[in-house]
Write a protein that binds this ligand. Structure first.
Ligand code: FES
Ligand code: FE2
Length: 387
């Protein structure tokens, strides 16, 4: 994030703080319970947001070299993105052409081929079928050249890798990043390398988990004995970029900058800056790392979460323990504090006795998120990011 942006954000925060105000949306948002509990609504989201629209697969650093791969399941479609020997990034359905098991799990580096664990059908990095050990004459009537992995279009921009789960239209990654590209470029997102990841699964709607990242209003209360000791609940300011957005949670020490000359102002050492890449990915930058959260729903009330910690460079003996602890801290705050709130909300809404929830005018980024999803759903028949 460039200096003038940091100074502008700090100025806004200090002005709001001095005046006792915060950024406000024009209106409060009354959010019908259906958006979280309706099977019908989920089916529409699955089609428009998670299958026909490309989703973030990973940061580019996770697939930088030949044989690096990352798998994920979006909208129920198992997918893998992999860098070929020829340097080309490709996407495929992570579905074996034998009996449809998953070819790979999780992520990996430097693979020479992709081998299904069930009966060892093996695919080249370009997806073509390489071998079927011990198959004998079992598949004699098939044409090997037609049994490659099914391609899924991919695209890269601003250090983000996107994959389209369904349909063959090309992925316009730059369009999907939109005006967030400037900041992400300044951060050098494409240079970050994966450190480790945390996978978990939660019995709630995917949006309830995303929601916890888009307002800091709860910090003074929910996180009062953890990060709430260092972070401000308000003022909250955000910037929308089409369906994407930037939101920052500031440390209390930002307020000290009111007494510091402007040319010494530095936001990034005093704030967590988050980018939502619609619909389901949060890039959360703190000081020396990006935590990339991918919320991957498997049902209206079930969500798999992958959090990958990316660092500016590979860990050294000196930084290894620090980054392990950083990952643990994210886990503690997410698993012990934020995500259980999402589960409790789901339980309340599942009672059928709650018609709606209220999003305050000051929860501006949250309002932007839900309104952007509505627009994406309405435009769901267009192949977003194509061309
Ligand atoms: S299902 Fe993959 S080898 Fe049999
Ligand atoms: Fe939180």
């Amino acid at each position: 994030m460039r200096r003038e942006t940091q100074v502008k954000l700090i100025r806004e925060l200090l002005d709001h703080n001095a005046a006792g105000t915060t950024q406000l949306a024009d209106d409060m948002l009354v959010l019908p319970a259906e958006v979280y509990v309706s099977e019908h609504h989920w089916q529409a989201e699955r089609e428009a947001l998670f299958r026909r629209r490309p989703v973030v697969a990973c940061l580019a650093g996770a697939v930088a070299s030949a044989g690096d791969f990352v798998s994920l399941t979006a909208g129920g479609v198992p997918l893998v993105v992999v860098r070929g020997d020829d340097g080309v990034l490709r996407g495929f359905r992570n579905v074996c052409r034998h009996r449809a098991s998953s070819v790979v799990s999780g992520c990996g580096t430097g693979a020479s081929s992709l081998r299904c664990p069930f009966h060892a059908w093996t695919y080249r990095l370009d997806g073509s079928l390489l071998a079927r050990p011990q198959a004998g004459e079992g598949f004699a009537e098939t044409d090997e050249s037609e049994l490659g992995l099914v391609p899924a279009p991919v695209g890269e921009a601003s250090g983000l890798v996107f994959v389209r789960p369904e349909g063959g239209d090309p992925v316009n990654a730059a369009e999907l990043v939109g005006d967030a590209a400037q900041d992400l470029g300044d951060f050098g997102v494409g240079q970050y390398v994966p450190f480790d990841r945390w996978e978990s699964s939660w019995p709630c709607n995917w949006k309830l988990l995303v929601d916890t990242f888009l307002e800091s209003y709860h910090v003074f209360s929910l996180h009062r004995s953890t990060v709430g000791r260092y972070y401000l609940s308000q003022p909250m300011t955000y910037q929308g970029y089409g369906p994407n957005l930037r939101f920052q949670t500031c440390q209390k020490s930002v307020l000290e900058l009111a007494e510091v000359p402007e040319d010494e102002w530095d936001l990034l050492s005093r704030a967590t800056v988050e980018y939502l890449i619609a619909p389901n990915t949060i890039l959360s930058h703190s000081v020396d790392h990006f935590a990339v959260y991918q919320f991957l729903p498997t049902a209206v009330d079930r969500t798999d979460v992958t959090m990958t910690l990316y660092t500016p460079e590979p860990p050294t003996d000196r930084t290894q323990r620090h980054y392990e602890r950083t990952l643990e801290l994210h886990q503690e705050v997410g698993a012990d504090e934020d995500f259980p709130q999402a589960v409790k909300i789901q339980q309340s809404l599942d009672s059928g006795l709650v018609d709606e929830t209220l999003v305050g005018r000051h929860e501006v980024a949250l309002i932007h998120f839900h309104q952007a999803l509505d627009e994406l759903l309405e435009g769901g028949n267009q192949q977003a990011g194509a061309g």
